[in-house]
Every structure is written in C-alpha cells, then in structure tokens.
Design a protein around this ligand. Structure first.
Ligand code: FAD
Ligand code: NAG
Ligand code: NAG
Ligand code: NAG
Ligand code: NAG
Ligand code: NAG
Ligand code: NAG
Length: 566
C-alpha cells in the first residue's frame, strides 16, 4: 500500500533527524518517558495528516479534513501540540522546510502533494504533557545531562518563536486547566486581608476565562483572543486587554504564581515569598525564570461596559486621515478610561469603557465620532451587560488572523507624542504599507493601584496611550527572499517611528523579531536587575529563549531557523 510506505519513509526521516539532533539515545528517551508516566510524546507537525506521497489521497483523510476546516481556528490549533498560531514557527525560515497548507485555500493540493513533503521545521521533536512539578524536574535533569535544549509551550501564540525550536524537548502546559475562584484569597504566608481572586492552571485560555467570569458574576482581565493562555507568556510579559486603561495589565493583577525554577525547586512566588521572582515574573517575560504551573489573579466585581463602534471605508487615504484625527483625542480617551482597537483591515474601531454611564460615554467619545465622520464613516453606541458580552459581540467574531506565517513590528506611543503630526504620519505610513495593522489603546493609563516598583515591564507602558503594530504575511511556498523581504519592509517603516519616539519601547510579546536594542525596548531600566535574577535561578541556562532575559545570542543551534537580522 503506497500509504503505509510513505508513512514509514516519513517516520524514518523524523527518526533520523531526532537521533542526529538530540544528544540522547533512544534508551535515554525511553527512561525519560517512564519517569514522566508515559507522557513523553513525539511532536507531530499540525498538518501532517494531509501530507502524502501519492497525489490523490491524504495520509489520514478524516484528520486532514478537520485540519483543513479548522486551519484558522485558534482554539483548535492550540489544542494540538504541533500547532502554532503564527505558522512560521512551525517551519524553518532559513531553509523553507515545513508542513503548511495554503492558508488562502486549505484544499489547495499544491501545498501537500508531491514533491512537497511534511518536514519537522521548528516543531519540537518531543514534548512532555506536563501535569505536575515532577514532570518539570525530570525535564531539567534530562536536559542538564543530555544537553537537549528545552522550550516551554503553552498555547503557541508567541510571535517571535519562543515556544518552538528545532531539536528541542518541549514542556507543554496546555492540559493544566483548573480554575478556582475564592472570595477569601490571601497570598501564602502573607498577612493581607483576604480578597476575591481566581487561580488558573497554566493551560487555561481566555475563552474559558470569559465564560467562567460571566457564569460567576465577576470581571477577570483578559485579552482579545479566545486562545491565548491567561497565565503563560501573556501574564509574564505585561498582558493587555480592553479593560487595561481602567483596570491595569495582567502584571498589575497577579497575586501569586507557583513555579518550578531551573534549580528544580517548586516555589510559591508572591510579595512575601521569593519577592525577587515576583518582580521578575511580572514583566520579565515567559520561558525565562522557570515553568509556571498556576497563577492567581484579582477577580473584580462585574462591570457594565459602554461601547462605541466606528466604521469607515478602508482606503489608504482614509486610514491616514483617520489615524491622524484619532491621535488628537487618544490621550483624552485613555484618561476617560476607554480601551479600544482600531483595525483598518476590519474597516473600523471599537472602544469600551467600564467607568462611564451611557450619557457621559457619548460626550467623552465625541472626538472619536467626529474623526470617523471626517472620513465619511460614523459611530454607534451601545451598552454591554458584561465584559464577556463585549468580547462575544465585538471581538470574537473578528479576531486577529492566525494560521499563517506573519511577522510584525510594534511600538508603544507616549501621551506627549501621540498627537504629534510627524509621529502620526510615520505610524499611518507604516500601517498602510503592511499586510495587516492595528492600533491597540490598551495601556494602563488611568489605572491607579500600581505597584510601580513591583513590576518589571518597561515603565514606558504607563505613560503610553497607544500600542501600534503592523504585520506582513507569506504562504507555504514562499522563497527565502520573500521571507527576508517581509522583515525588511517592517524595518523600513518602523525605524522612523522608533526614531521619533526615542524614550519609549515595545511590548515584548508583540514585538519585532529583530527589535533593535531589545533590552532597553522591552524592560527600560529593569534589565540589569532582571539579569541578576536570571543568573541566580538559572546559572546553567537550562532555559534560553530568543531575546529573553539572559539570552545567549543567535548562534545556539536551536535558533538555526531564525533568519539573520535584516
Ligand atoms: C492572535 C493573537 C492575539 C493576541 N492577543 C493578545 C492580547 O489581546 N493581549 C496581549 O497582551 N497579548 C496578546 N497576544 C500576545 C500574547 O500575549 C503572546 O503571544 C504570549 O506570549 C502568549 O503566551 P502563551 O503562553 O499563550 O503562548 P506560548 O507561545 O505557548 O508561550 C509564550 C511564551 O511564554 C512562555 N511560557 C508559556 N507558558 C509558560 C509557563 N507555564 N511557564 C513559563 N513560561 C511559559 C513560552 O516559553 C514562551 O516564551 C496575542 C497573540 C496572538 C498570536
Ligand atoms: C511513552 O510511553 C507511552 C506509554 O507507554 C507511549 O504511549 C508513548 O508512545 C511513549 N512515548 C514515546 C515518545 O515513545
Ligand atoms: C480551493 O482549491 C480547490 C482544489 O484546488 C478548488 O477546487 C477550489 O475551487 C478552491 N477554492 C477556492 C475558494 O478557490
Ligand atoms: C481553591 O482555593 C481554596 C482557597 O485558597 C483552597 O482551599 C482549595 O483547596 C482550592 N481548590 C483547588 C481545587 O485548588
Ligand atoms: C453581580 O455582581 C454585581 C456587582 O457586584 C451585583 O450588583 C449584582 O447584583 C450581581 N448579580 C447577581 C445575579 O448576583
Ligand atoms: C478631540 O480633539 C479635538 C482636536 O484636538 C478637540 O477639539 C476636541 O475637543 C477633542 N474632543 C474631546 C471630546 O475632548
Ligand atoms: C505559491 O502557490 C500559489 C498557489 O498555488 C501560486 O499562485 C504562487 O505563484 C506560488 N508562489 C511561488 C513563489 O511559487
């Protein structure tokens, strides 16, 4: 049968690549597997079931049909270990090897029939389906002994490849999915008054958070996507959502983490225990200081949200004028507690506010209304009974595109520059010169309960009013020069924005893969302190990721699929 022949050729290929890359023999892998209770698995590329050496039928037709139908479904993609949301991280960008479908038409057989083959790309060779601290301790011992590099993968949303890597062993936290709400939470060994808080296993994703919050009549800050993890990279890198201007970032709301640090210790981290780690985990980034098993966050009373939705015809001229007009009112909107998203590809923008009543919302958003009217568009106002209803009505039907290779650049824009014409011109030019762009008004601008010295995000976050980004995409059959060009175009259009905002920075979770001077851009004055904490807990660099604190540079083989900087 040709099908089984190709299966065995395919597996032989994987087997050879694994033996060559890992410093571990099959017997050593087998021993690891029994240590972790049989929860060591082979990392299979997301679309492998579609690939075959015969042109007419896929290897596993029903699995392939599911992959084709749900190729851009964020929750489905994240439910498979081999699925990454921005799919260049399933591939090797330097060689072009990968296992992708045509995202413009997932039935297009040109993507998955001969001569194309399913290649491992940057999908980790093996992963452990993590269920407790012992799994992580076993992985640290294994990596120390064999030198097989580790990565931590949760939902696979990372934009700069920190949850993937060729030749690696991954720790997959997806199945840590408990949620526990209590009205009497006190951080362990603290003498605080108790408060309402929610504890998430590291795998819990925003869809579950939104549903849980509505069912329990509380508000839990979460972002604009159903599938990002609430406790992984999002919460450790800053963590923004539409409520952030009024209610803070993820790092402002976390009360406690449980983590296994690379020295093998299972630790509780809060303001009373391991406070240096508490600082580092609130902004230092995921994948760096240990593997987090759970996080506890403030749960606030339910809120009603006022909403303004703007629509216009998306032409480059209109977008440039609209961005210019909206910039004039951006600081006032943030001061009034609005969070929002302006998305030219969706021909609109939406803002939400938990602080104002309906009448004051109309007054406050008058400038936004006239901005849309000035380009022939308009706005409508509404009231949403919960944060979750806002998400379901305005965000979920229109989430960011995934399931395609796309690279991005971004910048935090401070209040004192957001109305500046040169800045607005550079920003809108970058936006209309890319395949996809967005302005996110999600900075913690009026949130007051800030532990300023306690978080390690770049302080530029707190005086910024916009986080602006753009992205360029390619497809399964891209050439290396197309890929390089996508990065180069970002450099061309974002260098002027950086030059005009020299004191600001970028959000490390949504940054350029080649962000210049990334230490300052991501952490401002906090980098030196973060590095000392990294060296204290991970002196042997068991954890190392692209432009993370303590990064060893691009020469390590696990980065061989990253292109050289443009
Ligand atoms: C479509 C899309 C929408 C997004 N929307 C938002 C948004 O609304 N707001 C926002 O702030 N950001 C948003 N992001 C960015 C998001 O915050 C980052 O991609 C973030 O890194 C995702 O974290 P993750 O754990 O879910 O993903 P992963 O890619 O699995 O992990 C990201 C990083 O965190 C590390 N990590 C993950 N889990 C753990 C753990 N348990 N312990 C230690 N390290 C861990 C990984 O090693 C990696 O370095 C979005 C991204 C995408 C692709
Ligand atoms: C690990 O062991 C389990 C249970 O015996 C088995 O199903 C699985 O295939 C093994 N993993 C690998 C990578 O061999
Ligand atoms: C997608 O590709 C299939 C197979 O080539 C083709 O039959 C179908 O018409 C295409 N669909 C679209 C929307 O182009
Ligand atoms: C939930 O939290 C409460 C209070 O902290 C604790 O007593 C209980 O054991 C927790 N339950 C689970 C399942 O973690
Ligand atoms: C939900 O919480 C709000 C705010 O605390 C409260 O006013 C309201 O009565 C609660 N609703 C229900 C059904 O418990
Ligand atoms: C919006 O900005 C314009 C131009 O600076 C200004 O005239 C107007 O008062 C602002 N709107 C509000 C509601 O503040
Ligand atoms: C990639 O494939 C698409 C669809 O099959 C085709 O239109 C395009 O020309 C191809 N691009 C390259 C660079 O081969």
């Amino acid at each position: 049968m040709p099908g089984s022949l190709s299966l065995s050729i395919f597996h032989l290929g994987l087997f050879i690549s694994r033996v060559l890359c890992g410093g571990a023999t099959q017997a050593v892998w087998k021993a690891l597997n029994s240590t972790v209770g049989g929860r060591l698995h082979i990392g299979v590329p997301f679309s492998q079931s579609c690939f075959t050496r015969t042109p007419s039928n896929a290897e596993h037709p029903s699995q392939c049909r599911e992959v084709q139908a749900l190729y851009e479904d964020q929750l489905f993609r994240s439910s498979r270990f081999g699925g990454y949301q921005v799919t260049q991280w399933e591939t090797c960008q330097t060689t072009g090897d990968g296992c992708l479908l045509d995202w413009t038409n997932t039935s297009n057989p040109a993507a998955f029939t001969a001569p194309r083959q399913c290649m491992q790309g940057s999908v980790p060779d093996y992963y452990i389906d993590v269920r407790g601290p012992e799994d992580i301790q076993a992985a640290y011992r294994f990596s120390k002994k064999t030198k097989v590099p580790l990565v931590i993968k949760n939902s696979g949303h990372d934009y700069i490849g920190r949850s993937a890597g060729p030749g690696t062993l991954a720790l997959w936290t997806h199945n840590l999915n408990t949620i526990n709400l209590t009205t009497t939470f006190v951080p362990d060994r603290c003498a605080d008054e108790s408060r309402t808080a929610v504890t998430f296993g590291a795998g819990v994703q925003f869809r579950a958070v939104y549903d849980f919050a509505r069912a329990n009549n509380v508000t839990i800050l979460a972002g604009a996507d159903p599938a990002v993890g609430a406790t992984g990279g999002w919460s450790m890198g800053a963590g923004h959502g539409v409520l952030s201007p009024a209610m803070g970032l993820g790092v402002d709301r976390v009360l406690q983490y449980k983590i296994v640090t690379p020295d093998g210790k299972f630790r509780t981290v809060n303001k009373c225990q391991n406070p240096d780690l508490f600082f580092a985990l609130r902004g230092g980034g995921g994948g760096t200081f240990g593997v987090v098993l759970e996080g506890t966050f403030v749960a606030s009373p339910a809120v009603i949200m006022q909403v303004v939705l703007g629509t216009y015809e998306n032409t480059p001229e209109n977008t440039i004028s609209l961005v210019r007009a909206l910039g004039k009112n951006a600081t006032q909107m943030a001061s009034d507690g609005w969070g929002g998203y302006i998305a030219p590809p969706a021909s609109g923008g939406v803002w939400a506010n938990p602080l104002l009543d309906a009448e004051s919302a109309r007054k406050s958003a008058a400038g936004v209304a006239s901005a849309f009217e000035s380009v022939g568009g308009g706005v409508s106002f509404s009231t949403m009974p919960t944060h979750t209803d806002f998400f379901d009505t305005f965000i979920a039907p229109n989430t960011n595109p995934v399931g395609r290779p796309q690279v991005r650049s971004s910048r935090l824009i401070p209040d004192y520059l957001v109305a500046n014409d040169d800045v607005l011109s550079a920003l809108s030019t970058a936006m209309v010169s890319s395949d996809f762009s967005q302005i996110l008004a999600v900075t913690p601008y009026v949130f007051e309960d800030v532990d300023k010295k306690g978080t390690s995000i770049n302080p530029a976050w707190r005086t910024a009013v916009w986080h602006v980004l753009s992205m360029n995409a390619w497809n399964f059959n891209s050439t290396r020069s197309e890929r390089e060009n996508a990065y180069e175009r970002l450099k061309t259009f974002w260098t002027p924005v950086r030059d005009l905002t020299p004191d600001s920075g970028a959000y490390l979770n949504e940054a350029d893969t080649y962000e210049p001077d990334y230490k300052t851009s991501f952490w401002g004055p906090h980098h030196a302190k973060l590095l000392a904490i990294k060296n204290k807990y991970d002196p042997h660099h068991l954890l190392d990721c692209w432009r993370c604190v303590g990064w060893n540079g691009p020469s390590d083989p696990r980065y061989k699929c990253h292109l050289p900087a443009p």
